[in-house]
Design a binder for this molecule. Structure first.
Ligand code: FAD
Length: 517
């Protein structure tokens, strides 16, 4: 599709949706007559609680909040807007873990997906056959899916690191963690979906049936429909994990070991079940407690390593899953890993814990809310393997040189072959690429501004040197930037939008076809 045609499509969608707003506190005419009207509220106490998200960078109160009790209710609402002479925006919200207002909808109705069922788990059904799977409501969170599947000694092949994210929310992005190198992102591990499109049609789709919609929705940023059910691939769950924490002082050595671990055809291939690296800028007593396992004497050693190193140090988490029958070979594998990996001598730490504790290790994120207002201007870059060292030297030792902030600067490789190119999600154009996260937390407006500036610098480095990076959990504010993000997939993305959500009603907070208002 040529660029002028794409621009005119965007323009016509934008013009259409300009008419889509309605005055807050007065619902669109006719809505009150629908059988779902009692599930729609404009109560300011409720609408205000959906005015922001995890990022806390935007505040936009929805016109109304919709609390559906069934997928059919959602179809009724969308169909009403689609056929109305004054269509309005609709935003399907998982739990609002987005950072940049992706679920906000100041001129429309926000669907609180959790009202479908978050309490009695009747929408999680496990089938333990030759190809095990779970049919789960898209409103479910991964920890509940995991708990249900573990009862059958099964688990989803790929989980996110934090498990209180919704199934619909992560499938709309990709769903990444240290297991994605071997099975691909969560979107590569879905057999079937129920989707309500932007015209209000309820469609079951898979690779075999309505594949175009299936591929569109996976990684589709909520643009093509509301997922209401997903059939998730499962595998046998092991009982325990051996968790190795290995420290490095050189990014070249770290990334080379990481690549070896995710590649085939070498002595370490297929040994590990989970792998994530992390960049540690600030190595202090305080920064090494909390979610880490280290003893006091370990902490002292690691702090010393950090202070003696010019620049950040790196932590590689290598995890092996095992049960009684594989316990013997486990020791051989651990021995081989410790022999062949090039971590700093004396800086390998090993823990043995139940599998569930490992998978749920970030549960503390869901604890009591901080007493201080926090902002999360997150940035996640996907960097081609051939550029990761340049990226590292310009970003970790350049822009962030001397940075003293906290944790969660992840750095680990993924295999592109495990992603399905038909899907909407985008990756860099190399077989191996790295996920480089900047999961900032800020507690003051000026700090947030300074982080935003750093994010911009990091994005600009990728642009200026043509690194061919893509963003994960992307956020852009103009069609040209979106077009660049999607690259060759942009034409298909736009034509799928015209097909499945021709009035651009859904998930306007992504600001791909609309402005935020
Ligand atoms: P929301 O933020 O509510 O929604 C995200 C987008 O998806 C919106 O555009 C929304 O309209 C759309 N959407 C939501 N539900 C549906 C649906 N049913 N059908 C269609 N569209 C829908 N990501 C990872 O990949 N791996 C991680 O390990 C990881 N860890 C995280 C840890 C924390 C603490 C946080 C805050 C985020 C993390 N994320 C991670 C990012 C997370 O995947 C995204 O924030 C994602 O948006 C999921 O959050 P949510 O379920 O609350 O969805």
């Amino acid at each position: 599709m040529d660029l002028s045609r794409q621009s005119s499509i965007i323009l016509s969608i934008t013009i259409l949706t300009t008419f889509a707003s309605f005055v807050k506190s007065s619902l669109p005419q006719g809505l009150q007559t629908l059988n779902i009207s009692s599930e729609i509220t404009t109560d300011p106490n409720i609408t205000a609680s959906f005015a922001t998200d995890f990022g806390n960078l935007f505040n936009r109160t929805p016109g109304a909040v919709f609390l559906p009790s069934s997928p059919n209710d959602i179809a009724t609402l969308i169909r009403f807007s689609y056929t109305s002479s004054t269509p309005f925006h609709i935003s399907q919200r998982g739990l609002g873990h987005s950072a940049y207002g992706q679920t906000l909808v100041p001129d429309g109705i926000l669907i609180d997906m959790s009202s479908l069922d978050r309490t009695n788990y009747s929408r999680i059904n496990v089938t333990n056959g030759p190809i095990p799977y779970a049919d789960v409501g898209a409103e479910q969170i991964w920890i509940d899916v995991l708990n249900a599947t573990l009862k059958h000694d099964l688990m989803p092949r790929v989980l996110t690191d934090y498990l209180s994210l919704t199934v619909g929310g992560t499938l709309s992005n990709a769903g990444l963690s240290g297991r994605a190198f071997m099975h691909g992102p969560q979107i590569s591990n879905v057999y079937e979906l129920d989707v309500i499109t932007g015209t209000g049609e309820i469609v079951t789709c898979s690779r075999e049936s309505n594949p175009d919609l299936f591929y569109a929705v996976l990684g589709g940023l909520g643009q093509f429909g509301v997922i209401t059910r997903a059939r998730i691939a499962l595998e046998p769950a092991q009982k325990r994990v051996r968790w190795l924490e290995l420290f490095y002082t050189d990014i070249k050595v770290l990334t080379s070991d990481e690549e070896k671990l995710i590649s085939t055809g070498n002595s370490l291939s297929g040994i590990v079940d989970y792998l994530e690296g992390e960049v540690l800028f600030s190595v202090t007593q305080g920064s090494l407690t909390g979610s880490f396992n280290f003893s006091n004497s370990d902490v002292e050693k690691i702090v010393k390593l950090g202070s003696e190193n010019s620049g950040p140090i790196y932590l590689l988490n290598v995890v092996l899953f095992y049960n009684d029958t594989t316990a013997t070979s486990l020791e051989q594998k651990v021995e081989l890993l410790l022999k062949e990996l090039h971590y700093t001598s004396g800086f390998a730490f090993s823990y043995d814990i139940p599998l569930f504790n490992f998978l749920n290790r970030l549960a503390f994120f869901g604890g009591a809310p901080s007493s201080v207002v926090q902002f999360h201007p997150w940035l996640v870059m996907l960097v081609p393997k051939s550029k990761i060292l340049e990226f590292g030297s310009m970003v970790y030792r350049g822009i962030l040189n001397g940075y003293k902030g906290g944790r969660f600067f992840l750095l680990y490789p993924l295999n592109r072959a495990m992603w399905d190119d038909e899907m909407s999600a985008v990756t860099p154009n190399e077989e191996v690429f790295f996920r480089a996260d900047f999961l900032w937390t800020s507690e003051a407006a000026n700090e947030t501004k300074s982080i935003a500036k750093k994010n911009k610098q990091i994005q600009n480095i990728c642009k200026k040197y043509n690194f061919g990076c893509k963003e994960y959990l992307p956020h852009f504010t103009n069609p040209i930037a979106w077009q660049k993000q999607f690259g060759e997939k942009w034409g298909k993305f736009v034509s799928r939008k015209m097909k499945y959500d021709p009035k651009a009603l859904l998930s306007p907070g992504q600001r791909i076809f609309t402005t935020l208002g």
